[in-house]
Design a protein around this ligand. Sequence first.
Ligand code: NAI
Length: 333
Amino acid sequence: MKIIVFESEDWEKPFFDRFDKDHEVVFEHEPLHEDTIGRYLDAEIISPFVFSDLNRSILEQMPQLKFIATRSTGFDHIDIGYCKEQKIQVSNVPTYGENTVAEHVFALLLSISHKIPEAVSRTRQGDFSQKGLQGFDLRGRTIGIIGTGNIGLKTIRIAKGFDMNVLAYDITQNEAAAKEFGFTYTALPELLAQSDIISLHVPENKTTYHLLSDPEFSAMKDGVVLINTARGKVINVKALLHALSEGKVSAAGLDVLPEEPSIREEAELLRSFFTRKYDLENLLADHILLHMKNVIITPHSAFNTREAVQRILRTTVENINGFCRGNTPNAIN
Ligand code: NAI
């Protein structure tokens, strides 16, 4: 079969060596998008990361496609409805990096609480003054965790190590974990009203789209800190901008943005202007966020440690191998 691995780096190739004997494996550095789909019309198996936009119009152009092995936990970049219709199987990597993403949550949070970006940029210029660098302790603060799956729970465990109080909200409550790790489930409004810091750990889907919008921001404590490593569209970015401008949200650490694939580079932005559907207002809001001093943005890199990426690759190879043998692990449809 023809297997195409998108968004790949050279060092990742050896992980796929086992397929060389029976399959043709092609590696591409770029994500799959409208401009390049013409080169891959005969793909039978593809392995994208999250920046490939596998919408219906792209998938329709690969009539021989049988399997998508996404190298991510989230699969909101894939039209799962179309895949079901066409019997294209999809697998993901469910648990490669709960500790990795949870560690990134604290990288963002500590950067904010200790004003690390500003402090570092000052000392690089030879300025060792303390003015304006006073931060705040995490100890004793209340963190509200929205979504207590793999990453949310790991974030809670780390928060406990900082002596923080933890409130949690999820549509499914894990009482055993609440007892074991010592946190309390609340309704969403209560979590919003009581948390000094809020961190999001839900998937992007219909129920989580704009989970935090104007009413939710209004219900938050003044000066709350917001961390989002989940997906950009879980937050209404215009409502976030408004909340930042009013001081309702004092700072935000974001690893994900609503128009993230378009905003990644100017060339992509220009190309997508003509080929992709996107929300111009959200794109503008993303650009404004990028330049705000109290907002720290990382480029969807929470997953990106050596160990996590190796785990992703090993699971993806197992997924592809299983599919070829008729028994796909981690199938999501
Ligand atoms: P998970 O599936 O283990 O947990 C998700 C939790 O969200 C579940 O407990 C579920 O009940 C809850 N949930 C779903 N809909 C909800 C709703 N409407 N309201 C409240 N709770 C709801 O997923 P995991 O592994 O913890 O990952 C969470 C998300 O993190 C992923 O879906 C992905 O989007 C994102 N992620 C981001 C990465 C990054 O590099 N920034 C890397 C990996 C994941």
